[in-house]
Design a protein around this ligand. Structure first.
Ligand code: ADP
Ligand code: MG
Length: 220
């Protein structure tokens, strides 16, 4: 099974709903080691992305991801806005160069989209793994996605592997000391808390997997 533009739209709608539901949780996480705005930022950004998609033409996976990137960049603010904006922009570019003639992505295509997202985040934020940022969710997600794609996993299997790895990666940020972003100002005191951006990444990638498992019946 592959994923198409309808999947990408379902993904962003589910991500927006999940971010809205978890808004206060993300706020609490960011209050502990940041300034407490991450839940609000993400909720505003994903609501704007859903609204932008409602107004946009159907398009391809790449078109959907580009619309999302623009909406996030112009509404999220903080550190996360440019980071997620660049992630979705690079993901869109990857989707454009890899998709089949009907615009759909197979397992390897999905892994390439996740690689594009991580590339964008690292180009912007210069963080590597272990610095207690969203990279600690995206990077294991990419490794798991590549492994699943190499094992001939279809798009849904690759997304499921990525979501599970992102969740584990987010949980694994708890004992880390932040060395990038606002949380790094706390030094040792950042230890013992989950990174808000890693947690929001895990919510977003879980939404991508759910969107594939729910709509896959209708796709090739
Ligand atoms: P701000 O820190 O400006 O208030 P947010 O609260 O919206 O922005 O986002 C904070 C999240 O951004 C962090 O939890 C972390 O995951 C992510 N982040 C911050 N700096 C970087 C960076 N340099 N690279 C990757 N992610 C980062
Ligand atoms: Mg913040």
């Amino acid at each position: 099974m592959s994923v198409d533009a309808a999947w990408a739209r379902r993904w962003i709608e589910l991500a927006a709903a999940e971010v809205a539901t978890q808004r206060d949780y993300l706020v609490d996480l960011d209050r502990a080691i940041g300034d407490g705005d991450h839940g609000e930022n993400m909720d505003r950004g994903f609501s704007a992305a859903v609204e932008a998609l409602r107004l946009a033409e159907a398009g391809s996976v790449a078109d959907v991801l580009k619309t999302v990137a623009k909406a996030l960049m112009s509404t999220v603010g903080g550190a996360a806005g440019p980071l997620y904006g660049t992630a979705f922009l690079r993901a869109s570019k990857a989707a454009l160069s890899l998709s089949s003639s009907d615009g759909a992505l197979d397992g390897a295509g999905v892994a390439a989209v996740i690689a594009g997202a991580l590339d964008g985040i690292q180009a912007r934020g210069k963080a590597t793994t272990g610095e207690k940022t969203m990279v600690d969710a995206w990077s294991p997600a990419l490794n798991a996605a590549r492994a699943a794609a190499e094992a001939d996993g279809d798009a849904a299997a690759v997304l499921e592997a990525a979501a599970c790895a992102a969740e584990a990666g987010a949980q694994a940020t708890e004992p880390l000391r932040a060395t990038k972003g606002r949380a790094s100002y706390l030094g040792e005191r950042s230890i013992g808390h989950l990174d808000p951006g890693a947690v929001s990444t895990s919510l977003i990638l879980r939404a991508a997997a759910v969107a594939a498992s729910r709509g896959g019946e209708a796709q090739a």
